[in-house]
Design a protein around this ligand. Sequence first.
Ligand SMILES: [Zn+2]
Ligand SMILES: [Zn+2]
Length: 255
Amino acid sequence: MTTAKNKTRQALKRIAFGIADFIFPRTCLVCGKINPKGVYRHLCGDCAKEISLCTVCRCLICGEILGGSDMPDINGCLKCMDMQIAYSQALCPTVFAGPIKRLVHAIKYSSAPYAAEDLATAAAFHPKTKDFLRNALVVPVPLYRLRRLKRGYNQAEVIARALAAKFPELNIETAHLLRRTRNTSTQTRLTREERIQNIRGAFEITPEAANIRKDAPIVIFDDVMTTAATANECAKTLRKAGFKNLRVFAIAKRL
Ligand SMILES: [Zn+2]
Ligand SMILES: [Zn+2]
């Protein structure tokens, strides 16, 4: 019965998308070419080929790429070794460049949350993404209240929900266990030290956290990871509240 219902729902969805594609032909967000079919809804096949996955030797803490594909991943590197890391492991499936950068910017600055579906698709091409997120309690890195109001949504949450919806078999749940206590200035132009200082004490636990088991498999979820300072501050806040099983996932690593 449920399967029949699901099949009907999927068929209706396909028809609805078909009509929408006919009225508003899908275009590639990078090159503008009409893109009627393909794995991605908002990238053409040529632009999708430019996506780089982080599948070579990388740091399991900050996502830094360190060597070729024939070398094993490393637990900590020169860039993150002096940070007090409060989570066990991180995964950034893609490199923040080319089409991935364009999709993230479309969500953040061009009111295009629908681009999240393509980021979910790209992330799932990394061989470790699905196992990393399976049965996880995903905690999106929160935005400050006013910034969220201005944008209308939190991009990290939108991407996490797109992954959960696209891959229901992964049983991903999202929870709002963190709140941002102040409006931190943008981290983009800061050095690593400045980023750590800028974000210190910027999060607190929400009342929702009281209902969650302390050993729940939490994945702190963000759109882009640069130095891991923001994700680590989230992890520190959760750890102080007693949560023990903490990992970090960011769609893209800024190299
Ligand atoms: Zn294109
Ligand atoms: Zn590192």
